[in-house]
Design a protein around this ligand. Structure first.
Ligand code: ADP
Length: 260
């Protein structure tokens, strides 16, 4: 079954077309990498899928149901790790409490968490290998550990689709690799459908089933081996691109820099 269908979806902000009539299908359980330069519409695509922006044309189906007529039901199936989550580091909040915040959709803001909520938080903390650190103040954790906690906060709703907006930006290389490895494991173990937005195709090229190149519309969508082409990449980035071989696999270099 299709997990996600975009049928002729257009999104405009103040008369500016940001997503230009997009058509694509994502199968249940696929790991999709979404790549594009700044302003190419990556975040808008995720927000449209979450029902946070309304298309001016077309419609979106999730598990065969039209998004806006089943929004509450569909939102429960989606976990979202936003691009930059600002949380005051001085706020005295523990790692496990941040995870529990992800249940508020289910608990209701003013109600007390129940046993099932604590159990779900415990499972999510284990899933991201942060259970041992659950009682640490959130502000004391490293960037990579904080990102794991945010991923746990998205997982605690037990979603079927996980949307991640540049989850590795600002982390050191080792932590970036660890986050990609974690998402790859969650994808395989839980059969989650993953939409992973990143600037850096090289970081996910070996784990993503398909790569979507965006530039206000879908420029190319297929397995990395098919879309890793000079003409496609130069269209996406509008600058010279080289494809080199690194550790036996193609590696994309944009204007003499790695794609970040
Ligand atoms: P990306 O995530 O690929 O950087 P975005 O989806 O954030 O791209 O933005 C796509 C385009 O839409 C950009 O040109 C951006 O300036 C514009 N845009 C994004 N959000 C808004 C908004 N709320 N109002 C007006 N324009 C917006």
């Amino acid at each position: 079954m299709s997990a996600i269908e975009f049928c002729n979806v257009a999104v405009e902000y103040e008369d500016k077309m940001v997503l230009n009539h997009m058509n694509f299908d994502i199968e249940e359980g696929e790991f999709i990498g979404i790549i594009g330069s700044n302003g190419s519409g990556k975040t808008t695509l995720l927000k449209a899928l979450l029902g946070m922006v309304r298309p001016t044309e077309g419609h979106i189906n999730v598990f065969g149901k039209e998004l806006f007529s089943h929004l509450t039901e569909i939102r429960k199936k989606m976990g979202y790790v936003p691009q930059k989550t600002y949380m005051n580091p001085k706020m005295p909040v523990l790692a496990k409490e941040v995870v529990l915040m992800g249940r508020y959709g289910q608990i209701g803001l003013l109600k007390r968490p129940k046993r099932a909520d604590y159990e779900a938080a415990k499972r999510a903390l284990r899933d991201v290998e942060m259970y041992e650190m659950r009682n640490e103040p959130f502000g004391h954790l490293s960037g990579g550990q904080q990102q794991r906690i945010y991923i746990a906060r998205a997982l605690v709703q037990e979603p079927e689709i996980l949307l991640l907006d540049e989850p590795t930006t600002g982390l050191d290389v080792k932590s970036q690799e660890n986050i990609v490895r974690l998402i790859d494991r969650l994808h395989r173990e839980k059969g989650l459908t993953i939409l992973f937005v990143t600037h850096d195709v090289n970081s996910i090229s070996s784990v993503a089933d398909r790569i979507m190149y965006l530039k206000g519309k879908v420029v190319a969508f297929g397995p990395f081996s098919e879309v890793c082409r000079q003409d496609i990449l130069e269209n996406v980035y509008s600058v010279p691109v080289r494809i080199v071989e690194s550790e036996g696999k193609p590696c994309v270099i944009v204007s003499d820099h790695h794609v970040h």
